[in-house]
Ligand binder design. Structure first.
Ligand SMILES: [Zn+2]
Ligand SMILES: [Zn+2]
Length: 149
C-alpha cells in the first residue's frame, strides 16, 4: 500500500495506531490527540498537518480518489475508524449537511463548538469576538493612559 503521504512508513502507521481510543459501544476510534477545526482529528507528518480520519482511510483502505471528501457515517468527527468512513463527492457531503454547517458570527468567525460560549440564558456568544472586544478595550485603556501623562 503506497499512498500520497508515504504509507509505507511503518513508524508513521505505528504512531497513528496509538493515537486513538476505541469506543466499545459505538465502535468509533476516537482521536486522542489534537483536534483541528472544525472538530476533526489532527495528525502531523513531519511538518505537514493532515486530517486524522483522512490519514486513517488512506492508511487502512487506500488512496482517497482526488476531489472526494470523507464522510463520517457515524457522525462523529473525532472518529478515525475506516469502517465508519466513506469517500463521497464534496457536493454529496454538503448535501448530507457536513460542509456548510459551520455558521459565522457577525465578524466572520466560524461558530464551531469550541469557539462558542453558552451563556446562562442559553444564548451563545463568540469567543473570538469576546477576545477581540477585550483586546480593543485594553488598547484603548493603554492609549488613554498615554494621554494622561
Ligand atoms: Zn465512528
Ligand atoms: Zn466572532
Amino acid at each position: 500500500m503506497e499512498g500520497k503521504i508515504g504509507m509505507d512508513n511503518k513508524r508513521l502507521a505505528e504512531r497513528f495506531l496509538v493515537s486513538f481510543i476505541e469506543d466499545s459501544l459505538t465502535g468509533c476510534w476516537n482521536w486522542n490527540r489534537r483536534i483541528k477545526k472544525p472538530g476533526y482529528g489532527r495528525f502531523v507528518i513531519k511538518v505537514i498537518e493532515v486530517y486524522a480520519h483522512r490519514f486513517a482511510y488512506e492508511l487502512l483502505r487506500g488512496n482517497i480518489p482526488t476531489g472526494l471528501s470523507i464522510d463520517h457515517l457515524c457522525r462523529n468527527k473525532k472518529c478515525v475508524n475506516p469502517d465508519h468512513l466513506e469517500p463521497v463527492s464534496v457536493r454529496e457531503n454538503s448535501r448530507r449537511g457536513n460542509v456548510m454547517d459551520v455558521k459565522l458570527c457577525k465578524r466572520n468567525h466560524p461558530q464551531t463548538p469550541e469557539n462558542k460560549f453558552i451563556k446562562k440564558s442559553g444564548k451563545s456568544e463568540c469567543k473570538l469576538c469576546k477576545k477581540f472586544l477585550y483586546e480593543r478595550a485594553q488598547k484603548k485603556k493603554r492609549a488613554e493612559r498615554i494621554y494622561e501623562w
